[in-house]
Design a protein. Sequence first.
Length: 151
Amino acid sequence: MQSGLVAAALAVFQLAGANPMEDMFVWLSSGAAFAILAMLVLVSVAAVLWFRSGAGGAASVWIRTVLPIVGAVAGTVLAAIIALNQSLLLQLDPGSGWQLLIPACAAAVVAAGLLYGAWIKGVDPVRYAGIGRGQPDPRTEIDTQLGAIRG
């Protein structure tokens, strides 16, 4: 799958007449950096929702609420700054709108994931209810008790 995606990306850049190091590397690394920041923002929001559902035991209010909200807000501000200023990094004409392509692709991936989750919930609610509740494979799970054995 990865090789196929790389081949497709190379083909698109080749057809566009782009220089792999000057164009492709900058565009793809910018996209990856933005996507990682977006994922961190979503994880901060998920942490707040998870703690609000009653999970997390006796964690302090700082861990349950304050720090994830600060992370989500700071990450959102940084993502907006990056999205609005990517024309500098990507050497695009200011105001061309092309700098919004990377955030749009990240949003499309998030939307596709949400739609896929909704589809699973509708088609197979039992499988959906089991997401995140799987049991580790005992053949690959690290046995923490082995660390206490001394020879």
